[in-house]
Structures are given as C-alpha cells and as structure tokens.
Design a protein around this ligand. Sequence first.
Ligand code: TEU
Ligand code: CA
Length: 569
Amino acid sequence: MQENTAQKEPRAWWKEAVIYQIYPRSFMDANGDGIGDLAGITSRLPYLRELGVDVLWLSPIYASPNDDNGYDISDYRAIMEDFGTMADFDALLAAAHRMGLKIVMDLVVNHTSDEHPWFIESRRAKESPYRDYYIWRPGKAGKEPNNWESCFSGSAWQYDAATDEYYLHLFSKKQPDLNWENPKVRDEVYDLMKFWCDKGIDGFRMDVISMISKDQRFPDGPVKPDGYGDFSPYCVSGPRVHEFLQEMNRRVLSHYDLLTVGEAAGVTIEEAKKYARSDGKELGMVFQFEHVGEGNGKGSIIEKWTTGKPEMPKVRAILNKWQRELAGCAWNSLYLDNHDQPRCVSMFGNDSPKWRVRSAKMLATCLHMQKGTPYIYQGEELGMTNTRFHSLADCRDLEEINAWHQYVDEQKRVSPETMLACFNNVARDNARTPMQWDASENAGFTTGTPWLAVNPNYREINAAAETGDPDSVYAYYKKLIALRHTHEIIVYGTFEPLLEDDPAIYAYARHLDGQTLLVACNWTDHEVPCTLFSDRGEGEELISNVKTEKERTLAPYEARAVLYGKAEA
Ligand code: TEU
Ligand code: CA
C-alpha cells in the first residue's frame, strides 16, 4: 500500500463541507396545503443543525407554473407562491446563517418557463427585441428543424403558429432553451445571480450547465432506439461552454466566496477537469452521472427505463476512475441520489426490512470516506426507500407521464406492467415522496393532503424514531459527518483504490501526513473473507456498522473505517 505525497491540496470551505439537498415541495409543509414551503424549512433548521450538515442546497424556489416542479422559472427574482414570499426567504436565510448553516440556490438558466416575460415577448413577433433570447428555427409544421429528442420525450422542437417557426426545448415544451450566444441573455443571467449573491446566499448549484452552449449548425443527432436523434454530441459541453463559464466567473463568481457545483449530465473526465479546474477560473465542482447511469450495470429497456440494479464492480470502477483522474487537478462531488434519482438504499443497497439499515450505513460509509464534497439528499439520512406506484395515476412527474404516453400508449414498445416496474425502480417520484418526520398522519409532513402520497413505510422509517436511536441510520450519518469535520485525512487525504477485482468488497485507502485510513465495504448480503485490517495490525476504528467484527471476514453489508499511524506534525 503506497504512501503518495501528492502536492498539498488547496484548502477551501466547500471542500470541507457536507451538503444537504432540500426538495422544498416535499420537505415540510407549514400551512397545511399539502405542499412543502419555506416556513416549513425554517421550522426544521434545528434538525439539520443537529444532524451536523454545513450547507443547504435548495432545489428551485422561484416563481414557476411548476410544469417541472420549479425547474421552469417565470420570474428569477420572486419566490414561488406555493413556497411563500421573499420575506419568508429572507427569514430562512437569516435563521440559517444564525445557526451556522449556509444556503446554496439552484440556478436554472439553460432554459426558462414559457410563461417568463422574456419568452412571452420572444414568441410575440420575429422582430421582437427578445426574439434572440431563445433558439428559433424555421421549419414546416410536422417537419422539425432536426431529429433531436427532448429529455422528456417527443421532439425537442415546438412549432409556434404565431410566427410559423419552431423553438428549441431540450426539456419540456414549457421549458424553452435560452440562447446563450446572445450577450444580452448572459448579462441578464449575471445580473440575477448578483441579485441573489447580494442577498447573502452562499453558492449555486447550476442546472444542466453543461448544455448551455449548442453547436450552431443544429445537425441531426445519431438515431436512438426510440427513433429520435440524440442531441448530446451537439449540446453537451458545447463549443463555447467554457468561454461562457469563465465569463460568468469573471463577472460574478470571483466577486463572492461561493460554493459552485455544475450539474453536468454527459460530462467526461477531460471536460470535468475544465469545468472544475483547480485554478478556480470556472466552477468548484461538477455532478457527473456515470455511476448512476445505465453503464453501472442497471442496463436499459428503453432510455433510462430499466428494472435492473447496479453491479458493485461497475460502480466501483467508475467512482475509482473519477477519484484517480481528477486527483490534483479538479475536485469531486460525492452523491448516490438526488431529486432525479431513485432512493440509494433501494437502488444500490438492499431495502428489505432485514438489511435496509445496515446497507444504508454501508453505502454512506463507502461514499463519505472518498475524496470530494459529499451530498446528502433529504431522507437519505433516515434510510428512506423507494415507494410503490400501482398505476400511472400515482405519478406526478412529467418525465414519467410523458414516457408512459410515448413508450406504452403511442409506440407500444413497453407493456404497462413493465413500465410500472421501471417506475418502481428508477422513477424520479421515488425521491419526491414527502419527508418522513414522525409516525403521525402523513408522516408529520402536512396537516393537509400531500401533493404526492407519503411512502406507507413512514411509521417505521421517520426522523422522530431515529433521532432518539443511537443505532439508527440518522445516528450513523451524524457520526460520519462529525468524522469529516474532525479528520482532515477524510477531506484532503489522497485516494488509493484497493481490491479492485474483489466481487463483493469495495475497499480503498486514504493517505495524509503519514497516516492511513483503510475503508472496506461489503456490498453483498453474505459474509466474505477480508484480511485487509488483520494484515494491517493495530489501528483506531473510526466507524463501523456492525458491532461484533470478525478479524478475517466482513459480515453482510459490513463497512469499517480504521485509522493507522500518527499524524506527522
Ligand atoms: O436534470 C437534468 C438531468 O440530467 C435530468 O433530466 C436527468 O437526466 C433525468 O432527470 C434523469 O432522470 C436537471 C434537474 O435536476 C431536473 O430536475 C430537471 O428536470 C432538469 O434539469 C430540467 O431543468
Ligand atoms: Ca405549504
């Protein structure tokens, strides 16, 4: 096991932080209308401080007609009516800062809502001064400008009779893409960012930021199994994306001390080294999607839809590649789920009553001991699981509803049973069921009727039960977060992959100032041989999810982290 003394990693507060993602619609409802809101978040700040997280990332809270639950913004300087008022936001920000919690906003500027005044003006007339704020192209009705498919099914082009042209929407047709080629658009974006920075926020999570620059030839894309064209070769990490982000950095980011993370679907290692370059000229880090994509072993029936599960060796190979390749030149983000992914214990772990708690702790250990900034998605710290959809009527997310209509109704390429099974495995609504606060009605989330049904297992899985239980998933996350705050090796230690051929164990070492932290996690439900710790001799066990360890084996879903050596002064 080698000790590599990589050059000193530049220090930064956001590298040492643990981030907690809040999906406001499903976090806490303070006024009984069944929809989470800002006052609800404020009321739960003591819970978050107690958990020990440092930063709260709020999914979008801006004015929105909610075609895509806030990721379709109609006014960037106003709060969504469902969530409250700007005064509620100011109160939340002030209370969070008083408790030492930072607030990161979701910046959604690849597209706006079609109800944003800019778009209403843009579609009014070809001569409109706002026409070039969006991407319009000529085309005959039924003959789109090219074959690109939207991420939410169907063509990525919407015909607009008013001016007999098509506009581009890589997501829903109520999310027209902004034209970043237009310097006025970029000015608008930098001004609204300054508006929030001057209010005192602490950072931005940037939505699909890897898609803001498009190849201006707009050529057809490679044809996918569902017959549409793939826009990725012409929209992901496009020709001017780094020029735009360096300009954003010069004009806004460099004037504040912010956490910045770019959601970069489809980003490669080489591109990530530019987005998150360590000289700070663009962003602090990116979210890459390889380890949650079909290449992780879960496969695909059509597009993202699958009933398959990831295979640890494939997940390990992907994460180790990102650890290895970004070392010394860019900083990693660490996550297993968010508001677009199924619950991690259901997807990567084992959510059966027998193994849910232990496998949730194992996954948390495996992720949080790696090098990078960890993100916890609301409820992950409780070991919340996927829910059960019995029919399309149980779903709310347009991605699911549109996919059903395209693949079940129109193309008849997937049976209703199979599509429902795919939904129960990977649908986004699994992540969006209300937060489970206690065992009272609707899990203490609301006194009204929740906008999306609460997961029926809330009586067993809820914060009230876990905050009082030292063996709970909550208590384990709290300990993991505390360890990151007290052990620099977990933050800045170099990463050394181990046992990369082992079919069951994901193991690695971290090294810093003469100390070594050894981490080994059994991703299977059976006992496996492991001599990593016994070979290494006496060490200080920092954390383990199994009380009675055996020297030379790891129990089902067992995870251990042991520190060796004394830190050199
Ligand atoms: O997601 C972009 C993105 O990558 C997702 O569409 C993802 O591919 C898909 O949802 C996986 O199922 C961002 C936001 O996180 C998402 O909630 C929005 O719907 C989307 O952008 C459009 O703003
Ligand atoms: Ca509410």
